[in-house]
Design a protein around this ligand. Structure first.
Ligand SMILES: Cc1cc2nc3c(=O)[nH]c(=O)nc-3n(C[C@H](O)[C@H](O)[C@H](O)COP(=O)(O)OP(=O)(O)OC[C@H]3O[C@@H](n4cnc5c(N)ncnc54)[C@H](O)[C@@H]3O)c2cc1C
Ligand SMILES: NC(=O)C1=CN([C@@H]2O[C@H](COP(=O)(O)OP(=O)(O)OC[C@H]3O[C@@H](n4cnc5c(N)ncnc54)[C@H](OP(=O)(O)O)[C@@H]3O)[C@@H](O)[C@H]2O)C=CC1
Ligand SMILES: O=C(O)C(=O)Cc1c[nH]c2ccccc12
Length: 449
């Protein structure tokens, strides 16, 4: 796609005689020559090193090159809308490539995890392994010729009401190379898992062993023979415990609250697929009852293992709070056999041991924090309406969280995994595509898609 590159000085000089985009900007030349754009360099030289580069993007700017950013770019392309993806990492799908453990595989069947307009290959298993999913995403980017700008972190994005455009400020790897992207549409695709949640635990600095978040855990190999405390019993914590067992480490699992554990499969079908099918015919509460009855038959009473169930059923809870039920792939059997111990919440850490709230103290060699992730949107998006400042997710409930005001969009913040991503991406492309077509009609210098 063609983009217009200027440094701040050039941009001011260009306003009156450049095509459509710059024309639009010149409507508010006072704003363009305001300190935010022109302060960077006193030198008129275009090659001046400390001058912030300004890039005018005809189509949307997408922040993040994970599955959501890729899906949005592909859907837009199919509507003839070019886009620019800005990605802080050096590669696409950085969450999957850099921040997940080796044994990870999709826990929903592949048909529920495909991106728009490209099914998984037939020879992939029902639950593709991490490397297969990454390969699929690479192939997706190749198929739709998606080439993000890597090592570009969005530091802030703000709508300029005078200009009628978004100003997206970025920095390079070392915090240098400041650039400002100016665009009509902004799509947040930074994900629900942008930053690791690391709780502050009393005595954290005193503990002598390693303390590691699951985003930097690869395999149980390095913990062979060690006694490891895994904090958090979501899907990550449960699977890391299993992985530790398989590498002859001795894991314990901190369970501070209630949790729904369901078998990944029931009656020869995936639990997720079966739930989706049943929901077509039955109300959610009845489907939840069914899931709990079958889970009880297959897994037994999880309360006896220290895993009390929430009052709300698994799907209702997922819908209301976003809390994903654990889909068991063998951890429960290891808890039953005593290979994994269940512990209550932590009171404090000591140099070589952990004290729990029930007063018990036990020795541990290492701690793995499976305490989840959070969105980082409030850090970079200077906007008050669409996203909640508390959790960084759209305020409007599913399925209406994808669209905000002034050309702002969100993809992949539905708490519904990759299925939610696909829905958002298609809707966004439809919406922007309509606007793009309407404007192209009135524009004498159409852009190349
Ligand atoms: C371990 C794990 C397993 C999962 N398994 C499944 C599954 O089986 N099925 C399912 O449906 N869902 C699953 N999920 C849900 C998960 O959210 C999706 O798989 C998916 O990765 C979400 O894609 P995304 O593009 O929205 O976010 P991400 O994959 O997190 O991509 C966001 C991108 O934005 C970039 N970024 C962030 N901030 C900035 C910034 N300021 N500037 C520039 N770039 C930035 C990041 O570097 C990242 O590359 C899983 C999640 C995890 C953590
Ligand atoms: N195979 C797959 O496809 C996998 C998918 N995933 C997905 O990735 C996403 C992230 O999962 P995950 O990393 O497990 O994060 P989650 O947010 O799902 O789980 C975090 C867990 O940590 C607990 N926790 C948080 N803080 C503390 C604390 N201070 N002390 C004790 N416990 C604490 C939470 O408990 P509480 O509920 O009390 O707050 C919760 O049980 C989910 O959507 C998940 O489904 C993850 C792994 C594998
Ligand atoms: O992996 C995740 O976190 C997901 O969000 C996938 C997902 C969406 N809806 C669900 C319902 C039950 C289990 C997983 C999911």
């Amino acid at each position: 796609m063609s983009m217009e590159y200027y440094n701040t000085r050039e941009l001011q000089g260009k306003q009156s005689n450049d095509p459509y985009f710059i024309d639009k900007m010149s409507k508010s030349s006072s704003s363009l020559s305001s300190s935010s754009l022109s302060a960077s360099s006193p030198s008129p030289s275009p090659s001046s090193r400390d001058s912030r580069l300004v890039v005018c993007v005809p189509g949307p700017v997408i922040v993040g090159a994970g599955p959501s950013g890729l899906a949005a770019a592909a859907c837009l392309k199919l509507k003839g809308v070019p886009s620019v993806i800005l990605e802080r990492s050096h590669c696409i799908a950085s969450l999957w490539k850099l921040k997940t453990y080796n044994r990870l595989r999709l826990h929903l069947p592949k048909q529920f995890c495909e991106l728009p307009f490209m099914p998984f290959p037939n020879d992939f298993p029902t639950y593709p392994i991490k490397q297969q999913f990454i390969q699929y995403l690479e192939d997706y980017a190749t198929k739709y010729d998606i080439r993000p700008q890597f090592n570009v972190t969005v530091a802030s994005a703000e709508f300029d009401p005078t200009l009628g455009f978004w100003r997206v400020r970025t920095t390079g790897v070392k915090g240098d190379d400041e650039t400002e992207y100016v665009c009509r549409w902004l799509i947040a695709a930074t994900g629900e898992n942008a930053e690791a949640v690391v709780p502050k635990l009393e005595g954290m600095t005193e503990f002598k062993g390693p303390i590691r978040h699951t985003s930097s855990y690869k395999s149980g190999e390095e913990f062979r023979g060690k006694k490891v405390l895994v904090v958090g019993c979501g899907n990550s914590g449960m699977e890391v415990c299993l992985d530790l067992c398989n590498h002859n480490a001795r894991p314990s699992l901190v369970v501070r609250d209630t949790v729904h554990v369901l078998p990944r499969e029931m009656l020869g079908k995936s639990t997720f697929g079966l739930s989706v099918w049943l929901l077509k015919w039955l109300p959610i509460r009845l489907v939840d009852r069914f899931l709990l009855v079958v889970s009880r038959l297959l897994l037994g009473n999880t309360s006896q293992l220290g895993l009390d169930r929430p009052k709300l059923g698994p799907l209702e809870l997922k819908n209301l709070s976003g809390k994903t039920p654990v889909l068991d792939v063998g951890t429960l059997a290891k808890i039953k056999s005593g290979d994994i111990q269940v512990c209550p919440a932590i009171k404090r850490l000591k140099p070589h041991a952990i004290e729990f709230i029930d007063g018990r103290t036990e020795k541990f060699d290492a701690i793995i924090l499976a305490t989840g992730y959070r969105s980082n949107v409030p850090i970079w998006l200077k906007e008050g309406d669409m996203f909640s400042k508390e959790d960084g997710l759209p305020r409007r409930p599913f399925p209406n969280g994808w669209k905000g005001e002034c050309g702002l969009y969100a993809v992949g913040f539905t708490k519904r995994g990759l299925l939610g991503t696909s829905m958002d991406a298609k809707r966004i492309a439809e919406d922007i595509g309509r606007c793009w077509k309407a404007e192209a009609k009135h524009c004498s210098t159409p852009f190349n898609a």
